[in-house]
Ligand binder design. Structure first.
Ligand code: GDP
Ligand code: GDP
Length: 447
């Protein structure tokens, strides 16, 4: 098993109407979508996770960012390019083959070249083989990697992605892990300045862990390993935590994205919230994703030292408010810490290990069916919509861990109301003592 310690991001940059969003959709379409279809979880259309030839990466359509400055195309484009240059491993510069080189294209290419960032040029709208000739004009740009593509007609995408992902193979070496006993992948996420680095430093310091820095070709990654009573944890994307990004600060959306990417790669995540600010919209967005991906989360309210006049009620009130603002994360335990004063930080690692162990717990099929029987006794299955008969439940089984995943076979699963499904889910969580983590239940047809 290999472990990724940094976020692989490919950014699409280019003038409006060249076809970035068409290309984005084309690239992420390949991905098997998440099975969960809960109401209210919004998807961000600008970031997506994609796969190409077994390489997983994230893709970002910078054209989807609202301009932070005047509505001037050139300023907007320069800003996009800056984000891409600062945040991405690879930039795909998209141009319109039918329009030829635009002055702004040349300017952006100059900037990209100066940044020494890995980038390739995608000449879009080469709809037919004969259109591949469009790329000839773009050779004037003096860039070696120029690829004819048609986003609309699905031409040339494979070659383009071969080139875009080739850089990953030369990126920082990934560590080979013991497949029997893999370390727990931990990510520390949250908005800029909430105290992620400070917490990381405490965790690493407290447990006298090894921090090894290995220079990579595209970015220096720092891999933090933590040992605790014979257990090993690895903090992923420490580079993303330590690197202070000007653009990500400016665009809250970007830091939220980085959080989502880390969430997906981690077994357990610590979501850090600043006690003074409480949960923000960005945190709520991250919470929605965490729930959708059924990821165990530990909510850490940091800078607790700054809250004055604390009484015995303060913690409860704060927790209630948090669970209201982050309603998807009701399952997540909350800890109040101060990285500055080293208050309760030592609780975090044992709590993360506990969440991990809960997530890995497996139950036998007979246990699962006993619980299902009890659940059905407590709450009779609903009637079919036309009231002719009740929905029938046959049997259930646990099909996986991390998170615990169950399949329940029943008649007419499509007629099961969301509230009944939630009732079953909560009953399962209680019965199997998955008290602090999310589980996934799929209701499958069997008549
Ligand atoms: P963006 O502004 O760069 O994100 O561009 P869009 O993806 O919104 O595309 C702009 C226009 O170009 C739309 O009308 C698309 O249908 C069209 N378009 C995108 N890709 C292609 C392509 O490969 N071939 C052709 N002929 N049109 C395309
Ligand atoms: P990051 O951007 O999330 O990694 O945040 P940092 O760890 O860099 O912290 C941002 C700022 O908050 C720094 O000035 C820290 O000294 C400060 N800070 C971090 N944790 C605490 C805390 O527990 N209490 C107080 N008062 N300040 C803190």
């Amino acid at each position: 098993m290999t472990l990724r310690t940094y976020t692989r991001l490919v950014a699409l940059v280019g003038r409006p109407n060249v076809g970035k969003s068409s290309l984005f959709n084309r690239i992420i379409r390949e991905r098997k979508s998440l099975v969960h279809n809960e109401p209210g979880v919004t998807r961000d259309r600008i970031f997506g996770r994609a796969e190409h030839e077994g390489e997983a990466f994230y893709i970002c359509d910078t054209g989807g960012f609202e301009p932070t400055s005047k509505d001037n195309i050139k300023i907007q484009l320069v800003e996009q390019a800056e984000i891409a240059i600062e945040e991405a491993e690879t930039v795909i510069f998209v141009v319109d083959g039918r329009e030829g080189i635009h002055p702004v294209d040349s300017e952006l290419i100059r900037r990209l070249r100066k940044s020494e960032k890995n980038f390739i040029v995608c000449v879009n709208k080469c709809d037919l083989p004969k259109d591949d000739i469009f790329i000839e004009e773009f050779r004037k740009l003096g860039v070696p990697g120029i690829y004819p593509v048609s986003a609309e007609h699905n031409r040339g995408i494979g070659n383009l992605l071969d080139a875009a992902t080739a850089i990953f193979a030369h990126g920082p070496q990934e560590k080979k892990e013991d497949p029997e006993n893999p370390p727990i992948k931990l990510s520390i996420i949250g908005r800029p300045n909430v105290g992620k680095s400070s917490i990381l430093n405490r965790l690493v310091g407290e447990t006298r862990s090894i921090v090894d820095a290995r220079p990579g070709t595209t970015r220096d990654t720092v891999d933090a390993g933590i040992k605790y009573h014979g257990r090993e944890l690895r903090v992923i994307d420490t580079a993303g935590i330590r690197r202070k990004s000007r653009m990500a600060d400016k665009l809250e959306r970007f830091s939220a994205f980085r959080s989502v990417a880390c969430l997906e790669d981690a077994d357990i995540s610590i979501l850090v919230i600043n006690a003074e600010d409480g949960a923000t919209d960005g945190d709520a967005r991250v919470a929605g994703y965490a729930f959708e991906m059924r990821k165990p989360i530990l909510i850490v309210v940091n800078k607790w030292d700054l809250i004055e006049n604390k009484t015995s009620k303060t913690v409860n009130e704060f927790t209630e408010k948090l669970h209201l603002d982050l309603r998807y994360l009701r399952y997540a335990p909350v800890v109040f810490v101060s990285a500055l004063e080293n208050l309760r930080v030592s609780k975090l690692i044992p709590m993360c290990i506990d969440l991990y162990d809960q997530s890995k717990r497996r139950n036998s099929t007979s246990q699962v069916n006993n619980v299902l029987k009890e659940v059905l006794l407590k709450h009779t299955p609903p009637m079919l919509k036309n009231k002719s008969k009740r929905i029938k439940f046959f049997y259930a089984t646990q099909v996986g861990v991390l998170p615990p995943r169950f399949v329940i076979f029943c008649s007419h699963p499509q007629d099961l109301h969301f509230s009944y499904k939630r009732f079953v889910e909560n009953a399962f969580r209680e019965a199997f003592n998955y008290k602090d983590i999310p589980i996934s239940i799929v209701f499958r047809e069997r008549s």
